[in-house]
Design a protein around this ligand. Structure first.
Ligand code: UD1
Ligand code: UDP
Length: 374
């Protein structure tokens, strides 16, 4: 049994880490391709160290570029690698350009694609991620969905139910496994001198940070937050745009906001677990927040993770100053709301997602089902 796994960005490395670890443990022949879409030390290599991952067998070093050029280069290189490696299955995770490139390439070569975190839908096709995840699901042979809701999305798209596996989300595996290590190893709280209530903030969505007006609205809200320390590890896309739109200096000028470089997974997990509230437009953070019982304010108008909202752990506020401040004030000043959000039930499984995924693949291989999709 040979499995090729493709990753390219920070969240894919984190979310595939438990699956890669399980493959090593089960002695499965596995080859790792890094597309190199994220390449800064703090967006890539740092996670290989923190998560104790092997060096990828291949790094395509695609770097930053327009979607077309980036995806085209990945397709060309992945095809060359798959010709050499001839795996039984290719695993992709999530909704990045690596998922699009990997799924298209493997399926055209008649190699089954396993989509980890399949079935998520925002139905917002202005987001590149929605296009990527829909196309990946068209190309996939095995669908590892985190929740029943995601399975239902696929059933509505006439996907064969026998190919859908409700596995939970591998982020829960990563959180559970690494939080204990983080508590032992990370000194991020003392390093940042944090006392009192803490808000962890991340944002990087193109629709927020590439739009000067939306980014300014969010920044204006952040400047008005009271009685909290905001730790903001700034994503490179966001850093570039905050500077371009003249907003970086504003954030730097107030004492309650600390701007830092993106941090490693152990530091980030510890920070998150000690936060009173998280504010984000990240997909992974919406999942981690509910896993770690931290109320989440999401800086988006929709989410492909609606389970977090229905469970009561997440509020969508878009990019509007008043809505952001209103949500923040309610969480901080109304203990009933705070407790309700904090105690929301995690919909993403119990931390055995990677095991569930690999078991499903092994069963499919044994019963020759992997070939059906070819
Ligand atoms: C990508 C994914 C997004 C995911 C996010 C995780 C796509 C379409 N987007 O968005 O779904 O949520 O990663 O963080 O696949 N840059 C650096 N150093 C790096 C990487 C990027 O400086 O190591 C800068 C470059 O200026 C680049 C910009 O950030 O142009 C955006 O990077 P890119 O990989 O295109 O998109 P992300 O916003 O990171
Ligand atoms: N993360 C991290 N360090 C940081 C910021 C985020 O380790 O400084 C982790 C976070 O715990 C989560 C993942 O990065 O697991 C989310 O990545 P991102 O927000 O870039 O992508 P998305 O989940 O939106 O695709």
């Amino acid at each position: 049994m040979k499995i090729v796994t493709i990753v390219g960005t920070r969240p894919e490395i984190i979310k595939m880490a438990p699956v890669l670890a399980q493959m090593e443990k089960d002695d499965i022949d596995n080859i790792l391709i890094h597309t190199g879409q994220h390449y800064d030390y703090e967006m890539s290599q740092q996670f290989f160290l923190d998560l104790e991952l092997k060096k990828p067998e291949y790094n395509i070093e695609v770097g930053s570029n327009s979607h077309g050029k980036q995806t085209a280069l990945m397709i060309e290189k992945i095809e060359d690698i798959l010709k050499i490696e001839k795996p039984h299955i290719v695993l992709v995770q999530g909704d990045t350009n690596a998922v699009l490139a990997g799924a298209i390439t493997a399926s055209k070569m008649h190699i089954p694609v396993g989509h980890v975190e399949a079935g998520l839908r925002s139905y917002d096709k202005t987001m590149p991620e929605e296009i990527n995840r829909q196309i990946a699901d068209v190309c996939s042979a095995m669908f590892f969905v985190p929740t029943e809701e995601s399975a239902i999305n696929l059933l509505f798209e006439n996907i064969d139910p026998n190919k859908i596996f409700i596995t939970g989300n591998t982020i829960v595996d990563a959180c559970i496994r690494h939080l204990k290590i983080a508590e032992r190893k990370s000194n991020i709280l003392s390093k940042l001198g944090i006392t009192g209530d803490l808000l962890t903030l991340t944002m990087h969505r193109a629709e927020n940070v590439d739009d000067p007006e939306r980014l300014k609205n969010i920044v204006d809200a952040l400047l008005d937050l009271k009685n909290i320390t905001v730790i903001f590890p700034v994503h490179p896309r966001t850093l570039k745009n905050l500077k371009k739109f003249g907003l970086y200096n504003k954030l730097e000028s107030v004492s309650h906001i600390k701007l830092i470089k993106p941090i490693g997974y152990l530091d980030f997990l510890l920070l998150l677990s000690k936060s009173k509230v998280v504010m984000t437009d990240s997909g992974g953070l919406q999942e981690e927040a509910i896993t770690l019982n931290v109320p989440c304010i999401t800086l988006r108008y929709n989410t492909e993770r609606p389970e977090t909202v229905t469970a009561g752990g997440n509020i969508l506020v878009g990019a509007e100053k008043e809505r952001i401040l209103d949500a923040f004030n309610k969480i901080c000043n109304d203990l009933g709301i705070y407790n309700k959000m904090k105690n929301a039930k995690n919909p993403f499984g119990d931390g055995n997602s990677s095991d569930n995924i690999l078991k499903s693949i092994l069963v499919a291989k044994k019963s020759d089902k992997l070939k059906i999709s070819i």
